[in-house]
Design a protein around this ligand. Structure first.
Ligand code: ZN
Ligand code: ZN
Length: 312
């Protein structure tokens, strides 16, 4: 005997006892538009990105938000990791609110090698193995989109159930310093930064860092290194002093005029963070260089010349 066809609405609001779990499954599997089936939603909360478990999960007629249901008499998770777990990982990550919607697939600066870098990062992220992790340093000039990509990778990791912490390098040094001032023997900030599965550091090398500040950074890097934990960083500084010379050909001389305020950019990452930290990072990391135009300057250009329309 054929069962009468019931609409989705009827199934949801007047569920038949037997058909709901088998036919509809968990709300997550229906990939509803409220959250595209990821089970949580992101919003800006002050300066940080906040994740909240989506209503479709909380009101799911199959698992009632518990993320577990009976399949052939066995209790199984609807989704691994559970949306509530991913949401709490994202909330602990301290992702800047500005990058709330960052996704590798939504990257838009293709004026340089953005396309290639996004493809490489997608593959790199897919292949990342927390049991045998590899770090990553994303290099490139100011405004090419490194922070965006870093935030997007951090979210992808949280989606896999990996604990992440996103921090600006300069801010990290300030926090480490403040932590030390309070309790010299047991810095909570340092211990937390060592404990997280993957530490994301934006703008590695930024600021005028004293030897003392770099020695705290050294403790952090060594602490993580000894536990086989990696870092994913972005930097404006060159991986090697010679990189820029090779890439810019003859134009370097013009840009590197004595007294030019751009001079600082040509310092290498090694000079900025010291040989010891640099060698540890390089040893455990893949290096990717992102090129392209500064999107902030591109936006400025559009603001200055509003009548010209969008340039292709
Ligand atoms: Zn469910
Ligand atoms: Zn939803």
């Amino acid at each position: 005997m054929e069962r009468p066809v019931r609409s989705l609405k009827t199934e949801l609001f007047s569920p038949t006892r037997t058909s709901i779990p088998q036919q509809l499954g968990c709300a997550l599997q229906q990939k509803r538009s409220c959250c595209d089936g990821i089970g949580y939603r992101l919003k800006a909360n002050g300066s940080l990105t906040q994740a909240i478990v989506c209503e479709c999960v909380m009101e799911c007629q199959s698992c009632f938000g518990l993320n577990r249901r009976m399949v052939d008499g066995v209790s199984k998770p609807c989704h691994t990791p559970a949306p509530s777990r991913v949401a709490s990982l994202i909330n602990a990550a301290c992702l800047p609110a500005r990058y709330c919607t960052a996704k590798l697939s939504s990257f838009t600066n293709f004026s340089g090698n953005g396309n290639e870098v996004v493809q490489r990062l997608s593959q790199w992220t897919r292949e990342f193995d927390i049991e045998n992790p590899k770090g990553l340093i994303l290099g490139g000039n100011v405004g090419v989109g490194k922070t965006y990509l870093l935030a997007a990778v951090a979210k992808t990791f949280a989606n896999k159930g990996i604990s992440v912490r996103f921090v600006d390098f300069f801010q990290l040094l300030l926090e480490l310093k403040a932590g030390y001032a309070q309790d010299k023997n047991d810095s909570r900030v340092l211990n937390e930064a060592i404990a997280v599965d993957v530490l994301f550091i934006d703008e590695l090398g930024k600021g005028r860092n004293s030897d003392w500040e770099l020695s705290i950074l050294d403790q952090l890097v060594m602490g993580r290194y000894n536990q086989n934990k990696v870092m994913i960083a972005s930097t404006n500084y060159d991986f090697k002093p010679s990189d820029r010379v090779q890439m810019t050909n003859g134009s370097l001389d013009n840009e590197k005029r004595p007294g030019s305020f751009e001079l600082d950019r040509f310092e290498s990452l090694e000079q900025r963070i010291g040989a010891r930290i640099y060698s540890r990072l390089i040893e455990s990391s893949d290096l990717i260089e992102l090129t392209g135009e500064d999107f902030r300057k591109r936006n400025l250009q559009e603001k200055i010349q509003p009548t010209r329309g969008v340039r292709r």
